[in-house]
Design a binder for this molecule. Structure first.
Ligand SMILES: Nc1ncnc2c1ncn2[C@@H]1O[C@H](COP(=O)(O)OP(=O)(O)OP(=O)(O)O)[C@@H](O)[C@H]1O
Ligand SMILES: [Mg+2]
Length: 391
């Protein structure tokens, strides 16, 4: 269970300590005691889930403090602890959003404890919901391949075909066409979805580190190997490894990779024990691997193995009206994320977007649209707001 953070505001040091000690007996509670409202307000950035507030405090009363707390974050649960039994005070407290009103009598401690236990359950449910919501948002954010053009529908059909199998997939296409998006989409729609999706960018790792990065090493395997390290293949066990920019791999590593793909096992550098693995491999490149093979830079046998299932992404320019569909989606996402009013595309701007060649494909479109949203006047994007890389 995640920790629930509780603030106690009580100007009586002795009483505050007793409450704190008592509450600390409850599991996964993090309790802090403050003597004054000011101290409590100064520490709200620590994000308490629950604040227990004494009614009579120096400087302001408990209700005023509660209002200030609710103004800061209305999700913070407040409990008022008071010697007052007047019904109009109790009603006012609830009306202002308190979760509970505890009267200072012989049962006060046990009542406060029960109240906090009940709120903890509510908080933990709330936290779970937030986490779930984030997961769903993440999945949608990273895995929705937009497009209604024939070219993209064909790609979606291919993805559906391979999702449920373990077949190796090679994704090709120019830079920014959505290769990584396709790889994620396959993984998150496959039976492996709850297992890791591990990305390795072959172009970004120095040559002498690739082997240890992929297969791991034992302590002392080479000069810099101070500790044992798990490689990306092992990390991806039961999940998917995405070998991005596979065309950048040198011939020696290609040979080693081919062996791993054939044997379905890896051996850490400095070890003589092979480890059996169950990893799905998806590779991507914006190079033409057939040409690389012809020119001797890519092993033919590895090429055929990777080609097992080929998904080629068309350039954005060949996707017709998808340009507008993507633009509108990127626009509304961007405005929502940045809490801006909705911005729309003028007819003239839409025509510009349709006519442009898009060398940087979808990634470039996204950048152009986001900049234009910021530059736009009166919440409408006009052609002057569109700045292209090579114009
Ligand atoms: N069909 C699509 N629908 C929605 N968003 C997309 C689509 N295609 C690409 N994108 C977005 O465009 C950006 C670039 O996509 P991605 O990183 O997958 O491209 P890539 O082909 O891997 O590029 P590179 O070759 O430069 O690595 C990402 O933000 C991605 O979410
Ligand atoms: Mg990529």
């Amino acid at each position: 269970m995640a920790t629930t953070r509780i603030f106690i505001v009580e100007d009586d040091q002795f009483l505050g300590n007793i409450i704190k000690k008592n509450l600390e007996k409850i599991d996964s509670l993090d309790v802090t005691h403050f003597l004054t409202p000011e101290e409590c307000l100064k520490n709200l950035h620590l994000n308490p889930d629950i604040v227990s507030i004494d009614y009579l405090l120096p400087g302001m009363n408990g209700l005023e403090l509660m209002e200030r707390i609710k103004n800061y974050n209305s999700n913070i649960h407040c409990i008022i602890v008071s010697g007052q039994e007047k019904i109009d005070v109790v009603i006012e407290t609830y009306q202002k959003g308190a979760e509970d009103y505890i009267i200072k009598n012989d049962n006060a401690m046990i009542n406060l404890e029960n109240s906090i236990r009940r709120l903890c359950k509510a908080v933990s449910l709330q936290q779970e919901n937030e986490a779930l919501k984030e997961q769903i948002m993440d999945r949608n954010k990273y895995n929705t391949i937009l497009g209604n053009s024939g070219a993209v529908l064909k790609v979606l059909k291919l993805i559906q075909k391979v999702e449920k199998s373990n077949i190796m997939v090679l994704v090709t296409g120019q830079s920014g066409t959505g290769k990584e998006l396709v790889a994620r989409s396959i993984h998150y729609n496959s039976p492996r979805a709850k297992k890791p999706f591990v990305t390795v960018n072959m172009g970004a790792i120095p040559e002498d580190l690739i082997e240890s990065e992929l297969f791991g090493h034992e302590k002392g395997a080479f000069t810099d190997a101070r500790d044992r390290r798990i490689g990306k293949f092992e990390e991806a066990n039961e999940g998917t490894i995405f070998l991005d920019e596979i065309g950048e791999m040198d011939l020696m590593m290609q040979t080693k990779l081919l062996r791993v793909l054939q044997e379905k096992e890896v051996t850490r550098i400095g070890s003589n024990k092979a480890i059996k693995l169950d990893v799905r491999v998806i590779a991507a490149t914006n190079r033409n691997l057939a040409v690389e093979v012809k020119e001797g830079r890519f092993r033919e046998d590895l090429f055929y193995r990777l080609q097992g299932f080929l998904i080629h992404l068309p350039p954005l320019y060949d996707r017709g009206d998808d340009v507008i569909l993507l633009s509108k989606t990127f626009l509304s996402d961007f405005c929502r994320e940045n809490k801006m009013p909705n911005v729309t595309l003028s007819k003239e701007a839409a025509k510009f977007l349709m006519d442009y060649k898009w060398p940087g494909n979808v990634r470039e479109l996204k950048a152009v649209i986001e900049r234009a949203a910021i530059m736009s006047e009166n919440n409408i994007i006009s052609p002057e707001d569109l700045v292209f890389a090579n114009s």
